[in-house]
Design a protein around this ligand. Sequence first.
Ligand code: F1P
Length: 593
Amino acid sequence: MEGPDRTWESPDYEPSLPVSEKSNPLTRDIDQASAIGIVRMLQACDGQMFEEDTAVKYQRLLSKQVVQTLVEVAKRVELILKDPQDSLVVLSGCGTSGRIAFLVASRFSRRLKDVNQSSVYSYIIAGGDRALLSSQEAPEDDAKLGRLMLKEACEGKKRVVFIGVSCGLSAPFVAGQLDFCLRHPEVFTPVLVGFNPAHQARDEPIEGCTFTFRSVVQRMLELAQSQRAFIISPAVGPEAISGSSRMKGGSATKILLEVILSTAQAAAFSRAPLTETVTLQYLLAYKNAVDVTYSRTEQISTLVEAAGKSLRCGGRVCYLGWGTLAVLGLIDASECNPTFGADYEDIRGFIAGGYVELDNNEGPLTSLGPDFSISHEEFFRSVLPSLTDRDTVLLLYTHSDDLGEVAALARRVRERTSSLHAIYHRGGGDNAATDRQEVIDNLCSSALKISWPSPQTRISVHMQWELSTKLLLNAISTGGHVLKGKVYRNHMVDVQVTNSKLYRRAARLLQKLSGHPKSRCEEALLKAIYQSEQLTSAIPLSDVRAHTVAANHRSRVVPLALILLLTNCSLKEAESRLEQQPIIREVVVVCLS
Ligand code: F1P
């Protein structure tokens, strides 16, 4: 049997890029693949998360050193759980990293409540709770905001374990928080989670700060020797869609945070030993969850096909879920706008119980606009009446949810669209097909039912179901957009350019695809952002922040810039080309030929 493809690990492979930004050789032709081809590529890509380390080039998820650090961090959390007075465990991040921080902090707070323990977990997401449901990329660049939010969350605390997540070791928001922790070692134990080796941390100056992400990491590395700071940064391989850290980055974040908190909680309340062996068993349980999920390649490809069909013909994809699976639906949907330039209506999530079930810090956000309406009632009110066969609806639930309610909802949806599908998780002992489940099966055009054996470790089976659901939804939304032509090779060509990381990524992509020098590519990007045929001195080239603010109000800037570079036409002509051919990939192919 062929071994895994490890091309990306070679020092010659895209040497200027950190792992999280490299393009994955496995998915180079994903834009030309069929639905099943896409799923197989995603399977191979996700499989890279659990590959063993070869020499010492990269630490991996299962590397001994990573496992050891997980144990040490869990011990710090255990101390706080045993003596919670004036103490806190804070999980923080931007975009997907912040959303996963929220999901994990909420789950474990609930668990503490269930056993009558006081809550010690808290989450921070750049941009506040609105960023849970929509893309808020600008606050990610704000180191001062990160520090202020952390300070506020920890007011009066005497002991804090701070876990900051930045998949690319790049977000200034998180760097600002880590810097703050390092300045107050009497209170804070800083922990950094990300998926690049430390020396690949971003070294770009941060506005208003004397530090860069890399210099913060260097300070942490020094303290790590005496276990006063911790860095957990295994490489999980390049993302299937270059730079899309919502995928493997988000999955691996979920795994690492849950392993730390699960093992700490088991040690604090059940006297379970906190050892490397136990920690490794937890990690392997997640590997198993990935394998079980992808054993359903055909069924997953049916869902990808349905989503692609809907998106291609201007239809919508709606995730209607219950409990934390619904939260994963909300998260997945929120990421399609920045990644694929999608409209909020293209892929939407809804959760039974709305904001009460979401239980976020800031409570209901409905007043922020229609894209913040997330309950099933809202779906009935604002989406169902206009639902047609062009739209796809996906039910997300487990055997512990109210199947009567699921069946009732399925019935109402089925009256309007035949593209109704289900993802359903159930425990191993629960094989009896209930009448209600049969009703749901009959209403759906496909149902992906996964029966899970009881896990060997103490890991909650729900956390495996969640990871599985995350992989499925990422496959559906990514695959759907690939089929819609939103990806060229394995690059997001319609990415939003709303923070400095995304701006740099866009400029690099333009260079790669057009072959023109950096300055010319940036110029084209700015023409597209400012909608100006001629750049004036009023637009200073170096003010990336101003550019990202301006880009907030624009769509399709990267495709426009690319057409400008490839055809040398005017902005007006480029715009009209895009009007005539809205399938971005086709435009790129035509221009390149
Ligand atoms: C944070 C993040 C991603 C998002 C997008 C912009 O990245 O918001 O979650 O998908 O790429 O950046 P990171 O700090 O975790 O690397």
